[in-house]
Design a protein around this ligand. Sequence first.
Ligand code: ATP
Ligand code: ZN
Length: 223
Amino acid sequence: MKPRDRLRIAMQKSGRLTEPALDLLNRCGLTFRQSRDKLFCFGEGEPVDLLLVRDDDIPGLIAQGVCELGIVGRNVLNEFKGGAGNGAAALTEWRSLGFGRCRLSVAVPQEMDYNEPKDLAGLRIATSYPGLLGIWLREQGVDASVITLAGSVEIAPKLGTADVICDLVQSGGTLVANQLRETDVLLQSEAVLAGPETLPTDERGDMVELLLKRLDGVIQVRE
Ligand code: ATP
Ligand code: ZN
């Protein structure tokens, strides 16, 4: 297969990170031809194209070499890095981008008597981040059962399918609405520019360096 000479960046097709990611790339001087509901956007000026995908697919696409960079939450990147079977994928955070801020936290029913992580022993914890939760539980020396859910984690205690949860929190409003109380922060997250630890040594690598330089300018101006 002929190697690509254009750089590819994966970003979320539709969600919280979509608008700010596109806005940031625009401010780095990148513009794209196709409409945003297509999978692929062709870069107009620089040789940089976009892949629009579910955020969960972004680390895998980088690991497979389908794209060189991705804009994704640190939570998704670290879950991929910590997950089983991904050991070969050496992905790294090239830059943190200052948007999409949230945290991955344990939350318990408001009335529950909770003082420390040891109180989770023997409980069922619902989460979409089994890798990160598993690492934290091991660090804490706590033996609990992890129940992996794709979504609507916050209603699991009310449904009786879990005792407590480990989920993303931004304002805390969703927790309050579900009579939950945040107890432990596992990870502070924001959108990051992710990529392989070693970049291609061709034009794509040069383009990454140019993009990083422009990003640093844009991020400094904003701060
Ligand atoms: P997709 O269809 O791409 O899988 P999604 O539902 O997984 O979408 P979003 O809810 O759009 O994703 O969230 C994308 C990212 O935004 C999260 O992975 C996280 O990094 C960040 N984020 C910031 N605040 C929150 C929040 N309150 N809840 C969930 N994610 C948040
Ligand atoms: Zn997702």
